[in-house]
Write a protein that binds this ligand. Structure first.
Ligand code: CMP
Length: 139
């Protein structure tokens, strides 16, 4: 499997609760290289654009409010099979369904406030990475 990349955000609930260090430790221990990383506070327009794919969903307004209520830690991560392996590391969208030891099982409160984002495809990983980082930052 070729080395490739995924995109993540430690969402506002993770930052508020002081889980940044613990989650980054899990990411490092799972063998991901941090290619780019920053703390950033998305505007309303940023979150609406980032989650545009969900704009018709009933939870869209709630999702935008949640993702803009405080800073997130955005990062691009590199590893063999990055997208799939990172989704396994974070666990199911709903923490109630997430496997033991996954980041969402350990740190997420609910389906809506689920601690961490992980790209769902190589294509989206690239789009999402460029949403937050310039080409110069992705070495
Ligand atoms: P994520 O999969 O990272 O990206 C879409 C987000 O929408 C998801 O995490 C949750 O934070 C949120 N979400 C998904 N489904 C629901 C739902 N049924 N109710 C509320 N929020 C949701």
């Amino acid at each position: 499997m070729a080395t490739n990349r995924t995109f993540t955000m430690l969402k506002p609930d993770s930052v508020e609760k002081g889980y940044i260090g613990a989650i980054l430790e899990k990411i490092n221990a799972a063998g991901f290289r941090i290619v780019a990383m920053k703390m950033t506070h998305m505007t309303n327009a940023d979150a609406k654009a980032f989650y545009a794919v969900h704009s018709e969903r009933p939870f869209y307004g709630e999702l935008v409010e949640y993702m803009t209520r405080g800073p997130v830690v955005a990062a691009i991560l590199e590893k063999d099979n990055a997208v799939e392996d990172f989704r396994a590391l974070i666990g199911a969208t709903n923490p109630a369904d997430a496997a033991e030891g996954t980041i969402r099982k350990l740190y997420a409160a609910s389906m809506g406030e689920n601690a961490v984002h992980g790209s769902d495809s190589d294509e989206n990983a690239q789009i999402e990475g460029f949403f937050h980082f310039s080409g110069r930052e992705q070495f």
